[in-house]
Design a protein around this ligand. Structure first.
Ligand SMILES: [Zn+2]
Length: 82
């Protein structure tokens, strides 16, 4: 006799940029273009204690956002290990 537990798996189908609404295609769980994923859990000292905010930005929206910074983001060359 075999018994199976009913399990639901979440498969990422697509990502929608919160900034402009652009749809970013996903293949095998990987976005097909550059995307910034933000998952922020606000803690006690913030005015948003216990809240999690999340959003995704396409590369164009990321560039537009970071161009407004007084101090640009730090960048480092990353060697991909495959
Ligand atoms: Zn966008």
């Amino acid at each position: 006799m075999r018994e199976y537990k009913k399990e639901e798996t979440k498969v990422l189908e697509r990502i929608v940029c919160n900034g402009c609404g652009k749809v970013i295609a996903v293949k095998h769980g990987m976005p097909m273009e550059g995307v910034l994923e933000v998952r922020q859990v606000w803690e006690y000292m913030s005015g948003k204690d216990g809240r999690m905010d999340s959003f995704d930005l396409c590369e164009e929206c990321y560039d537009r956002l970071t161009e407004q910074f007084q101090i640009p983001p730090a960048t480092t060359e990353v060697v991909e290990l495959i």
